[in-house]
Design a binder for this molecule. Structure first.
Ligand code: CUA
Length: 336
């Protein structure tokens, strides 16, 4: 294959994989959990059967071309039989066997991915889908965060999936299959990550204007890193009077007196609950449904005009600018 062809193929693969290069690889072909591995194995198995069938069918077709075509000088086409019991039996039993070979491993994987009894040492996390962001609640520790799910490697994770509004679908290609978040219902997803790393996820069910902007990340950490992260998230952030950076301290006062408090919770400051919890906003790597890196410039851009970044976003533009905006951004970034 020429070098040019390889380049074109690579670009096509990148485009098919979700473009921009930012969160690649968003792939099901590099499984990093038990669940993802089962699904991958099933995919490979079915693909092998399909390939075998392709070879048999195309082979039979090519052979037929050579052996059964009418040649020059031949008087008449070969006589055709009205029915052939042997052939009919073959093309009835053959496909039935194919369906059986594909359905047995498929059904087995379906049941395997739906454990009735969660493993005893499973860590339960409640996942709430919102238009268009993700809320993650750790019931055992009371920790609440958004858009970045931290989990320990090598421990079963049991997700309770619920929705605050419409149907969403939780999907982290490298950690397992999609599962819907349905209003008024709790769905479960159990898996165990096998490798540490940050794995991109995406809502996989059309849920409104910014469905494509409903991304998230799963940070798989060592048990020690995870315990440290959880401890850190449990601690309340510093209040305005205790913040040393004057700009951030001023930002804390601006936040406490702004309409932000009606929707956003900051531990010890505000009790809003319909928008992402900001208690440790500065410790996240992304914002706004993981659509952009968490940098002061991006936070400012987001606050100035949320709809420009995420069409249909419920957060209103508050008309903050200049010093006020800078101070508020400094405060939010200080919430490590
Ligand atoms: Cu939520 Cu698509």
């Amino acid at each position: 294959m020429s070098r040019r062809a390889i380049t074109v193929l690579t670009m096509l693969a990148a485009a098919a994989g979700g473009c921009a290069g930012r969160d690649l690889p968003m792939t099901t072909l590099a499984p990093k959990s038990d669940l993802a591995q089962w699904i991958y194995d099933l995919f490979v198995q079915v693909t092998m059967w399909d390939a075998l069938i392709l070879v048999i069918v195309v082979g039979a077709f090519v052979l037929a071309l050579f052996f059964f075509s009418t040649r020059v000088g031949e008087a008449a086409p070969p006589k055709s039989a009205a029915s052939d019991l042997g052939l009919e039996a073959a093309w009835t039993i053959g496909p039935a066997l194919v369906v059986l070979m594909i359905s047995i491993p498929t059904v087995r994987t379906v049941f395997r991915s739906q454990p009735r009894i969660p493993p005893a040492n499973a860590l339960t996390i409640r996942v709430v889908g919102h238009q268009w962001w993700w809320e993650f609640r750790f019931p055992d520790s009371g920790v609440v965060t958004a858009n970045e799910l931290h989990i320990p490697v090598g421990r079963p994770i049991r997700l309770e999936l619920v929705s605050a509004d419409v149907i969403h679908s939780f999907w982290v290609p490298q950690l397992g299959g999609k599962r819907d978040l349905v209003p008024g219902q709790v769905n479960e997803l159990v898996f165990e990550a096998r490798e540490t790393g940050a794995f991109p996820g995406q809502c996989a069910e059309f849920c409104g204007d910014s469905h494509a902007n409903m991304r998230f990340r799963v940070m798989v950490e060592t048990p020690e890193q995870f315990a440290q992260w959880l401890d850190h998230q449990k601690a309340a952030p510093a209040l305005a009077d205790a913040i040393t950076d004057p700009s951030a301290a001023e930002g804390a006062r601006i936040f406490a007196n702004s309409p932000c408090v009606t929707c956003h919770r900051i531990d010890g400051v505000s009790k809003g609950y319909i928008a992402p919890d900001l208690s440790h906003f500065g410790s996240r790597t992304t914002l706004a449904g993981a659509i952009m890196p968490n940098t002061p410039d991006n936070v400012a851009r987001w606050i100035v005009d949320p709809q420009a970044e995420k069409p249909g976003a419920l957060m209103p533009a508050l008309g903050l600018q200049g010093r006020e905006l800078e101070n508020l951004v400094a405060y939010l970034e200080s919430l490590k």
